[in-house]
Design a binder for this molecule. Structure first.
Ligand SMILES: CC(C)(COP(=O)(O)OP(=O)(O)OC[C@H]1O[C@@H](n2cnc3c(N)ncnc32)[C@H](O)[C@@H]1OP(=O)(O)O)[C@@H](O)C(=O)NCCC(=O)NCCS
Length: 182
């Protein structure tokens, strides 16, 4: 039996509910990840994901008190609808630093400010509740939308890791962006 340890960052912002992904959500999460080609930028895996892949990712987070895997839900009259996920961790050695390893918003709900609201809420919670001061994200160099998204949230260039990942036979650089809250 797995003991649930993961970092809990539940919150409500306007019509969005942020809450830990549970085992029951995993099929919906899988559908989100497999929705289209762009999502390889969130997963770093250039193939369709399987339920087994997603279960493994989930278990890694579940037993780890530094990691979070949050669902972004819309509060609908007939219940909660999963429209995105955001995943990351507080650094093991330096608890003033956190990594947001991926964010993904359902295609049909993109460009409505959902990603921005969710990322802002997570950053605020990590800062207020856990005293995190420096936030890092990494994006694959070809992900222009991702870069625009994080730059609009005031993340700025930190460094590049060259030829970091192979996606569709092309070796891509990984660009680290950073935001500091004083
Ligand atoms: C990146 C992503 C999470 C953005 O989510 P979203 O909810 O659509 O984002 P928002 O509506 O809050 O957009 C905020 C800003 O991001 C930028 N942006 C978002 N989508 C864009 C697009 N299709 N084209 C250009 N800029 C875009 C814009 O600057 C936008 O501000 P604006 O609408 O005022 O111009 C979403 O596009 C996604 O899931 N992409 C695939 C996975 C991925 O690349 N994740 C990021 C790397 S981990």
């Amino acid at each position: 039996m797995w003991v649930k340890e993961m970092l809990t960052l539940n919150n409500k912002k306007d019509n969005l509910i942020l809450k830990d992904i549970t085992k029951e959500d995993l099929k919906d999460v899988l559908n989100l990840y497999n929705q289209n080609d762009e999502n390889i930028y969130a997963t770093g895996i250039d193939r369709m994901m399987s339920l087994r892949d997603i279960n493994e990712k989930y278990l890694e987070v579940l037993v780890n008190s530094h990691e979070f895997f949050i669902g972004i839900f819309l509060d609908k009259y007939n219940g909660l609808q999963l429209v995105g996920v955001i995943k990351g961790r507080i650094d093991y050695e330096n608890s003033e630093e956190a990594w947001i390893s991926s964010i993904l918003v359902d295609n049909r709900h993109q460009r409505l400010g959902i990603g921005t609201k969710a990322a802002e809420a997570i950053i605020e919670m990590l800062n207020k509740s856990y005293d995190v001061k420096r936030f890092y994200i990494g994006i694959i160099a070809g992900n222009h939308i991702g870069r625009c998204f994080w730059q609009k949230l005031e993340f700025s260039y930190f460094r590049t890791i060259e030829q970091y990942i192979k996606l569709k036979t092309l070796a891509e650089d990984f660009i680290i962006l950073k935001k500091e809250i004083s």
